[in-house]
Design a protein around this ligand. Structure first.
Ligand code: ATP
Ligand code: MG
Length: 164
């Protein structure tokens, strides 16, 4: 279905804002900052599946930011795609692990994984969902500084119709 990714992302972040404000995330002090393009970006996606992907990345950003901090969500466009990014100020991901985190059951160091809970499937599922949409998911990270997860989706342009 065709949806505005601006609206979908706003809606999801509203829900996370509510979780933070209600204290559902214990005492960690998070701030969620939005930096969206003003242009409405249309995508042709399975809304539930893309919601699941964004939920997982947001949950990771919260889960792997032991001190809280700012989570910045950006929405931008290139000439043929929509790009979302979610940046946290958490523990980061060592360089040697970065290329593996999208594999099934891969988790960065066992000690960390055991204390954090989870299955190590979230990002593998997210990658599959993006591939099915003709999109991409990738990450950059610096240890003890934080991580940024990027999602790109093909951009549906309605400009031609506007001109006819
Ligand atoms: P779940 O299946 O519940 O999502 P998970 O969070 O361990 O479990 P993934 O979401 O697939 O699994 O993430 C894989 C691994 O990548 C994590 O175990 C964690 O080590 C690392 N990771 C993911 N996101 C971040 C992040 N924002 N900061 C630091 N490490 C991360
Ligand atoms: Mg996860």
């Amino acid at each position: 279905e065709y949806i505005s990714i601006n609206d979908l992302l706003s809606h999801i972040l509203d829900r996370f804002d509510m979780m933070v404000q209600s204290g559902a995330l214990r005492d960690k002090n998070y701030q969620i900052v939005r930096d969206f393009t003003k242009r409405t970006l249309w995508v042709d996606v399975d809304q539930d599946k893309i919601t699941q992907v964004i939920d997982n990345i947001m949950n990771n950003a919260l889960k792997y930011s032991p001190e809280g901090g700012t989570i910045t969500c950006r929405l931008m466009e290139t000439h043929n795609s929509v790009v979302m990014s979610i940046t946290d100020e958490g523990m980061g991901i060592p360089r040697k692990d970065l290329s593996h985190i999208f594999e099934r059951f891969y988790r960065v160091d066992r000690a960390r994984a055991r204390s954090m809970g989870g299955t190590g499937l979230g990002l593998a599922i997210s990658k599959e969902v993006l591939l099915l949409h003709g999109g991409r998911i990738w990450a950059t990270s610096l240890e003890n500084k934080g991580s940024t997860f990027f999602i790109s989706l093909p951009y549906v342009s309605f400009e031609e119709e506007e001109w006819s």
